[in-house]
Design a protein around this ligand. Structure first.
Ligand SMILES: [Zn+2]
Length: 345
């Protein structure tokens, strides 16, 4: 490979932040000829083994859909460097996506709109948003990538890596998009390998990137919340070591022989909806995600509207009283570990 490509693949994050985008030098080979690479868009890189067949897995790895969630972006850039240098074997097609590059440059979650609420065509509702064209581009990139992917069951994966703003009773957790079917054992085995402590299962379609690839690309998809947000260079990447190692095993097509503990599972059973500016959320502003509340607890009030806990225990996730009226101010989940693990397909 040429020296300029070597520099880009050796530091894909730095090159992307520095403004590198596909022009003339858009493809080549690396890893001593074992890997073909192709730059498809700003922050979008395709890596393929030299030999692929009809069963080869296709794995979309995305990070930075929220521009300030730096740790997974740094991990993903290091994975690119290790594949390009031949230090990490590549057994599947990989599409690397650095999501909101403009927001990454200014260390913000987003510029105008939360990119992870604009997928599934919702970008069309905010045509003037600076995030809208990026949502269009990332949908198209995923569809092109999976259009030529194997249709063997379990051959299409998408891991969208994030870090959360607030503390959590489970530091690392995954969100599974609604698919209409039971979750797969393959995904739960992978989440256990990554030492993900908890899984939240959505019961309605969402507008996230992982919801889009599950719905439109047939991907086994999840959103990973891997700890707290910090600036570039200030992440203790050791905290992400298990998830990083599990991503690398997926990419290399190897399995971990170690016994892994299945995550606990929580299913969405309701949401708190902000009705008006009189809305009052009766939980601490910094309440950790997955904090449990007992039956009959009044969690929110807004005029005649009240949210009262009706299960023995409900846990709150992503509480946010500052949303606009009409929008979701928090999700409520109940534990469904036993029945979910018994029904994996
Ligand atoms: Zn995020």
């Amino acid at each position: 490979m040429t020296s300029s490509a070597e520099v880009v693949l050796g530091d894909f994050l730095g090159a992307t932040l520095g403004g590198w985008r596909p022009t003339d030098q858009t493809q080549g080979v690396c890893a001593n000829g074992a890997v073909r690479w192709q730059s498809l868009d700003e922050g979008v890189l395709l890596l393929e083994p030299a030999r692929i067949d009809v069963t080869t897995r296709s794995v979309l790895l995305s990070a930075g859909v929220h521009g300030d969630e730096t740790a997974p972006i740094e991990l993903l850039s290091k994975i690119v460097a290790d594949i390009a240098a031949g230090r990490l074997a590549l057994a599947c097609r990989v599409l690397v996506v650095l999501g909101n590059v403009n927001a990454m440059r200014v260390a913000k979650r987003y510029e105008d709109d939360d990119l992870n609420r604009l997928f599934g065509g919702r970008h069309a509702r905010v045509p003037h948003s600076r995030e809208a064209p990026r949502a269009v581009a990332l949908e198209a990139a995923a569809q092109r990538f999976f259009a030529v992917a194997s249709t063997t069951p379990g051959a299409r994966w998408h891991l969208d890596m994030h870090t959360a703003i607030r503390a959590s009773a489970f530091e690392q957790f995954a969100l599974l998009p609604y698919t209409g079917g039971a979750p797969t054992r393959a995904m739960f085995d992978w989440l256990a390998d990554a030492r993900i402590a908890a899984v939240l299962i959505h019961t309605e379609k969402g507008a996230t990137y992982s919801s889009f690839t599950a719905d439109h690309c047939g991907a086994t998809a999840c959103t990973l919340e891997l700890g707290k947000v910090r600036p570039f260079g200030e992440n203790d990447l050791a905290r992400f070591a298990h998830a990083d190692a599990a991503v690398r095993r997926l990419v290399a097509g190897v399995t971990n022989g170690a016994e892994a503990v299945m995550p606990r599972v929580f299913t969405v059973i309701g949401q708190i909806t902000k009705q008006s500016d009189a809305f009052a959320l009766h939980v601490a502003a910094d309440v950790p995600n997955f904090t449990p509340f007992a039956r009959d607890t009044v969690l929110a009030e807004d005029g005649d509207y009240r949210y009262v806990v009706t299960h023995d225990e409900e846990r709150i996730v992503f509480p946010n009283p500052t949303v606009k009226p009409g929008l979701r101010a928090g999700l409520l989940v109940v534990e469904t570990t036993d029945e979910t693990l018994a029904a994996l397909v």
